[in-house]
Design a protein around this ligand. Sequence first.
Ligand code: HEC
Length: 195
Amino acid sequence: MSNSFLIFASILFAAFLGLTFVQITKVYDPEHHGDHHGKVVYGFPVPEFVTAGTEEAFVTPIAVRLADANPALGPKNASKCTTCHAFEQGGANKLGPALWGVVGKDIASADGFAYSGALAGIDGAWTAEALDGFLLKPKAWAPGTKMGFAGLKDEADRANLIAWMFQQADAPMALPEPSAEDLAAVAEQQASSEN
Ligand code: HEC
């Protein structure tokens, strides 16, 4: 046996060991902690599990949640914002921009407020959907934002707050109607959770 054959053979053997190791490595799938307690799958997580993970994170579209929202519960959540924001008519900029009439207004357009490049660089207006995304996780929705707020995790809390924010304006806009897509997404989610 020549030396180069031995080297080749040991590389093959090492590769074989590596593959075997990958196959016997147990991957614990934390996404399924709740309903499949202690479930262990072998090898890398297969695509089904990855998809199942995102399905579990289904968020009812904001237009659907707004239909059931209670704006009277808005101020309770807005109290988490008022160290930095004034919501009332004629309110001044504080650490964050004044928010009277923010719904429907261009993003990053309060007079005299120095926005981060991150927020200033986002086109469009504050729709219910944009607010829902931003308030869930400001730093994920607008990477680099200087809004120092972790986010409002609860879907209903965000809907109540946003429904109330719709009213904090000179000429309040109507709440958005759920689109056909929104309704289909909810129906599909309900059907799959009944299985
Ligand atoms: C610690 C201070 C702080 C808290 C708490 C905070 N914000 Fe902000 N917020 C800011 C700052 C600063 C900005 C500007 C962000 C930028 O320029 O990146 C901002 C921006 C915003 C904007 C964009 C306004 C515009 O003119 O485009 C909205 C909407 C908003 N905040 C809503 C809220 C709501 C609702 C809450 C409570 C659930 C909240 N914020 C909590 C500091 C805060």
